[in-house]
Ligand binder design. Structure first.
Ligand SMILES: [Zn+2]
Length: 200
């Protein structure tokens, strides 16, 4: 026997699929939105629809943007000879929030994971190589997460950098092994960037 409306069940299931949201949280969110919160629910619906229609990857760094090239890439005050490689837009925000990094970025949108069918093509590493060569990049800071896949990704890109005679550094200090970058606190992250090591 169905306990309640299938439409309601679908909505709860939809929220349950989001990262970090279990069944209890999904129910709480749905009931919260339904209970006298028409404005909020409507705002979320419209913001989501608008984002899905207009947000795409920056043609240079792959960060989400609603224009062809994002504001960071367009910012001429930033050092365009240093490029920081991260796995996700959340990692980019974590580094931006430290307010200590003034170079450009490239978002891989993942990490190498042959078991999941994610290789260099999926991460658009060809585009990255083209970018670092055409822009005469002086340093690549590899800030992929210190997980097994993140390290493999960093090593792969370091080899490409080496082949093009570009310095590649790897953040290390204070970032917990196996941790995800976006959860590292800002001070630790600042130290990690400042104490980066040259990759062999
Ligand atoms: Zn960009």
């Amino acid at each position: 026997m169905k306990k309640f409306s299938p439409i309601l069940q679908d909505l709860i299931d939809a929220f349950k699929q989001l990262p970090g949201i279990g069944i209890k949280s999904a129910q709480r969110i749905v009931f919260y939105l339904l209970k006298n919160n028409d404005d909020k629910a409507q705002f979320i619906t419209e913001a989501l629809t608008k984002s899905l229609e207009s947000i795409k990857e920056c043609s240079q760094c792959r960060m989400y943007t609603d224009s062809d090239v994002c504001e960071i890439c367009l910012d001429e005050k930033r050092n365009s000879k240093t490029i920081c490689i991260i796995e996700s837009p959340a990692d980019l925000l974590a580094i931006e929030n430290t307010q200590q990094y003034n170079g450009k970025y490239f978002v891989l949108m993942g990490h190498l994971s042959p078991i999941d069918g994610i290789g260099p093509d999926e991460l658009k590493i060809n585009d990255l190589e083209e970018l670092i060569v055409s822009r005469s990049i002086k340093e690549i800071i590899l800030a992929s997460s210190p997980t097994v896949e993140g390290e493999a990704t960093a090593n792969y890109i370091a080899t490409i950098a080496e082949n093009n005679n570009i310095k590649a550094t790897r953040i290390a200090y204070g970032v917990p092994v196996g941790g995800e970058l976006e959860y590292v606190d800002a001070n630790t992250l600042i130290q990690a960037i400042n104490n980066r090591n040259i990759m062999d």
